[in-house]
Design a protein around this ligand. Structure first.
Ligand code: CP
Length: 310
């Protein structure tokens, strides 16, 4: 049987991304479509989450499915030594789809190889976060009217930030120019810069973060420094407040520029920016519901035509 799991968005074609955007748009018009009556969706979160878990669960509920799962692995038999493989095999007995967040890079790929039901990667370590990328793409499309030829500035923790890794891979179809703004300690890893080179994606690296540096942005994508990925917390302390977006740094921004952030925000965006027309991160998070409804349907073989009929 075809493995319909979503582990990475890197393999999705331009057409597939555009199709999923159409699906998300249909769900934005009407999120309540009971296409999954009788289905069970499991959400297994081995790492903390607010948006991803709750929006996946809301998506499943609005589609008419039932939801099982856990938000804290401490309440599971993993604490007694049960392996990830056995956990996945057990949950596959109960659910039609497993949404999983795990702290280990590659865990979603592994789960997709052993599970008899589709796996949706809700974030695996510092590796990938494809459902976040789908909502980011939907949001970029919504704010810019298209995805082509955009200047996208990625700011902050580009080393451990899985959302930026997924986003740059998905954008390869759309001729972007990326600007990577990070302290040297948190620079975009070589593997992703090689990916850009291999796929003809232009990028420029910066360490300065000021009004001039960001004046050419269509999308300013802020990220949190991922404290949980640091082995040495002294290293985290050195970089955690390095890139704070301040209101006066928007003085030269393009009129179409939107600020995105996967959230949670810690100290990356001044609260005074929330009330400006540039801020779009809360709408971005809301789009997570529509994008995740689209992804759940897609991995379960429900088409755009099915959605529009309901
Ligand atoms: N953006 C994101 O993944 O948020 P959560 O960690 O709250 O799910």
């Amino acid at each position: 049987m075809e493995n319909r799991s979503l582990v990475t968005i890197a393999n999705h074609s331009r057409e597939k991304i555009e199709y999923l955007i159409q699906m998300a748009s249909a769900f934005e018009k009407n999120p309540n479509r009971r296409l999954l009556e009788g289905k069970v969706v499991a959400t297994l979160f081995f790492e903390p989450s607010t948006r991803t878990r709750l929006s996946f669960e809301t998506a499943a509920n609005r589609l008419g499915a039932r939801v099982i799962g856990f938000a804290d692995p401490k309440v599971t038999s993993g604490t007694k030594g049960e392996t990830l493989k056995d956990t996945i095999m057990m949950v596959s007995n109960y659910a039609d789809l497993i949404v999983m967040r795990h702290y280990l890079e590659g865990a979603a790929q592994y789960a997709s190889e052993v599970a008899p039901v589709p796996i949706v990667n809700a974030g695996d370590g510092a590796n990938q976060h494809p459902s976040q990328t789908m909502l980011d793409l939907y949001t970029i499309y919504q704010t810019q009217g298209h995805l082509d030829n955009l200047d996208i500035y990625l700011v902050g923790d580009l080393k451990y930030g899985r959302t930026v890794h997924s986003l740059l891979m998905a954008m390869r179809h759309f001729n972007p120019t990326f600007h990577f703004i990070a302290p040297e300690e948190l620079a975009m890893p070589t593997v992703y810069k090689k990916y850009c080179n291999d796929n003809g994606i232009r990028y420029v690296e910066h360490t300065d973060f000021d009004a001039e540096t960001i004046s050419g942005a269509d999308i300013l994508y802020m990220t949190r420094v991922q404290k949980e990925r640091f082995a040495d917390l002294d290293e985290y302390e050195k970089v955690k407040d390095r890139y704070l977006l301040k209101l006066n740094m928007l003085s030269k921004a393009r009129s179409n520029m939107k600020i995105l952030h996967p959230l949670p925000r810690v100290n990356e965006i001044e609260y005074s920016i929330d009330d400006t027309p540039y801020a779009y991160y809360f709408q971005q998070a809301r789009n997570g519901l529509y994008a995740r409804e689209a992804l759940i349907c897609d991995v379960l073989g429900i088409t755009l035509e099915d959605i529009l009929k309901n």
